[in-house]
Design a protein around this ligand. Structure first.
Ligand SMILES: Cc1cc2nc3c(=O)[nH]c(=O)nc-3n(C[C@H](O)[C@H](O)[C@H](O)COP(=O)(O)OP(=O)(O)OC[C@H]3O[C@@H](n4cnc5c(N)ncnc54)[C@H](O)[C@@H]3O)c2cc1C
Length: 595
């Protein structure tokens, strides 16, 4: 049953075995998998609304901004997060990346738990997806390896369904150079240039809600969902084990779409606090920003810092909110000698209307496509003396031999409206060394947290980004591109000119002035071995030293796995659901307790 906290009488007296805070990627998976067993009951609490139709819901977000970034020209950078059932999967770039074998093998070594190794994760990757045909139905032989994919899971995914002029340029470059092609970058080896899978099914975005909280799952009598409910704290009603969630209603109604951009309305709500109890466990899945925000407000963190904010310390865990990592991302663009780019839709209302009409009925065309058709994941070139000197100065931060230092995306257009047509490249440093934090705002601890990704604080990230840009310039310097690319824009011409004289001042300035949010925040509730005195959760994702509280979301990854975080988070939540159920079964009273 779905309840609206602003309108409905809530099931607060019904005993639920598990109460899950929020319904984003991880929370939706866990709610679905646990309630496959009719004897286990779950209550899911989500701050955002339930929407059965998703267009481009860019306003359904928490409206976050980072603190001024000291190593990025002091800029405060917008940091969207999904505020809706489905979480950030409802507003993200739909890019599907699983990470590499070495990422998960490193995680298994780091935590001492072989369950996190690639072999184990691969079974969950295959379980969670249905790899479907691309929207245009083209032959995908050679673009994907079916032996490592799934065909009966909840999450529909597909290869690009709209062919772009750009695609043939990238492929010709690969044919005429030593840049490697990878038939399937999700097979465990992510290195090379590959066709990009997206979380799109039948030309339409798939989200954690459309996949795992579809109507047939919401109809389960053992699953209750409360939307428009902001969780503020977790509590121990008996003074020791966490068993209670404190929340209040936000917004007006699930049918009022105007209120769901998280504004001051969310944070200043005067609604009465309500409590709900879990008989088995509270599962926190509020994401890498909001999970530490709720823990800190609950008194779980560094005692001295909490006391200074008049929050009673409950449990000493100084790593909460610390060690944050994010991919470091910039975009560069050129004007192009073509009218056939995505800009045509941004600039021309008629073309836009036609594209929407095509999408509305047969679900084909540009609007049925993801953000990118082809992308590359590469390591720095070890034979280059500059790279050798980087590695002498810094230990290698990538997980292992089939893990990339940086990514590059080929984007068919520009990111803002203008009258011209463009080609853009996104560059991302995938294993950065700059670490930041999520902390409470001392003047308003319950209000929006202070988000500090600390971009480019480590010189290592600057040096890797330089290598990424130089590799990209090399990629587009071949003959195929000469008649397509016109003027570089936004200061890129000066960068390219200066690079010719080995002067990197303009390039570094472009990076620091241009870095965007990487969208792949992790490590604010990091996983660490049993008994380790760092980290926030153990390898079973239980909060260290506390009974009754587990964290299942992107925040538990100690480093960014591979390139992007949504698929690793879906996969983590699939595995966590099995862990939760197995441990509960071992405790043997799960079924009785829930009945
Ligand atoms: C703009 C954007 C683009 C991205 N692009 C990509 C991409 O292309 N590919 C990719 O792999 N990854 C991408 N990501 C990252 C990916 O979406 C996230 O890593 C993933 O969604 C993390 O899942 P999660 O479960 O940890 O958190 P989320 O999916 O963010 O879910 C958190 C949920 O908790 C709810 N919540 C939070 N606080 C509370 C509270 N106090 N009370 C109640 N509910 C609460 C939120 O409303 C939300 O529904 C992108 C993210 C964004 C925002």
């Amino acid at each position: 049953v779905v309840y609206d906290a602003t309108l409905d009488a809530l099931p607060l007296n019904t005993i639920h075995g598990y109460v899950i805070v929020r319904g984003g990627v991880a929370g939706s998976v866990v709610a679905n998998r646990l309630t496959e067993n009719a004897n286990v009951s779950v209550l899911l609490i989500e701050a955002g609304p339930l929407l059965s139709w998703l267009g481009i819901p860019s306003t359904y977000q928490w409206n976050y901004t980072t603190v001024p970034q000291l190593s990025a020209s002091n800029r405060s950078i917008s940091y969207p997060r999904g505020h809706i059932l489905g979480g950030s999967s409802a507003i993200n770039g739909m890019v599907y990346d699983r990470a590499a074998t070495s990422d998960f093998d490193k995680l298994a070594n780091m935590t001492g738990d072989s369950g996190w190794a690639w072999e184990s994760m691969l079974t969950y990757y295959e379980k969670l997806e249905t790899s479907g045909p691309p929207a245009d139905g083209h032959n995908i032989t050679g673009q994907f390896d079916p032996s490592v994919h799934g065909f009966s899971g909840p999450l529909g995914v597909s290869l690009p369904g709209y062919s772009q002029t750009l695609d043939s340029l990238v492929l010709e470059t690969l044919n005429n150079s030593s840049f490697p092609y990878n038939e399937d970058s999700n097979s465990g080896n992510e290195l090379g240039f590959a066709w990009q899978v997206s979380t799109i099914n039948n030309g339409t975005r798939t989200t954690a809600a459309t996949a795992y909280l579809a109507d047939n799952y919401l109809a389960r009598p053992n699953l209750d969902v409360v939307v428009n409910a902001l969780v503020t704290r977790v509590l121990a009603s008996n003074g020791s084990d966490i068993d209670t969630i404190e929340f209040h209603a936000v917004g007006n109604s699930k049918f009022d779409q105007s209120v769901h951009i998280a504004t001051t309305l969310t944070w200043s709500s005067k609604a009465t606090n309500l409590n709900v109890e879990a008989s088995r466990e509270v599962i926190m899945s509020a994401g890498s920003i909001n999970t530490p925000h709720i823990l800190l407000n609950s008194g779980i963190g560094d005692n001295a810092t909490l006391s200074a904010m008049n929050i009673t310390p409950v449990h000493y865990l100084p790593s909460v909110g610390q060690n944050m990592l994010d991919t470091t991302v910039i975009y560069v663009s050129w004007e192009v000698n073509s009218t056939d780019t995505f800009d045509a839709l941004l600039n021309n209302g008629t073309a836009r209307a036609e594209a929407f009409a095509e999408w509305n009925t047969p679900r084909t065309g540009r609007m049925a496509n993801g953000v990118i058709n082809l992308s590359g994941m590469l390591q720095m070139n070890e034979s280059n003396p500059t790279v050798q000197s980087i590695h002498q100065q810094y230990s290698d931060s990538i997980a292992g031999s089939n893990d990339a230092d940086f990514e590059m995306w080929f984007i068919d257009g520009y990111t803002t409206t203008s009258n011209s047509t463009y080609f853009s490249m996104l560059y991302g440093v995938l294993s950065p060394m700059s670490r930041g934090s999520v902390t409470l705002n001392a003047s308003d601890p319950m209000g929006p947290p202070l988000i500090d990704p600390n971009y480019f604080a480590s010189e290592y990230d600057v040096l890797v980004m330089r290598q990424a840009l130089l590799t990209g310039f090399d990629f587009v310097s071949s003959e195929q591109w000469s008649s397509y690319l016109l003027e570089p824009v936004n200061g890129l011409a000066e960068v390219i000119e200066a690079v010719g004289t080995s002067n990197f001042t303009a390039m570094d300035e472009l990076m620091r002035n241009g870095v965007q949010n990487g969208a792949h925040l992790v490590a604010t509730s990091s996983m660490s071995p049993y008994g380790a005195d760092w980290g926030v959760v153990d390898p079973d994702l239980r909060v260290k030293g506390l009974n009754g509280l587990r964290i299942v979301d992107a925040s538990v990854y100690p480093f960014v796995p591979g390139g992007a975080t949504q698929l690793p988070t879906y996969c983590l939540a699939e595995q966590a659901s099995d862990v939760i159920y197995c441990l509960a079964e071992q405790a043997s009273d799960v079924i009785k307790a829930d009945q």
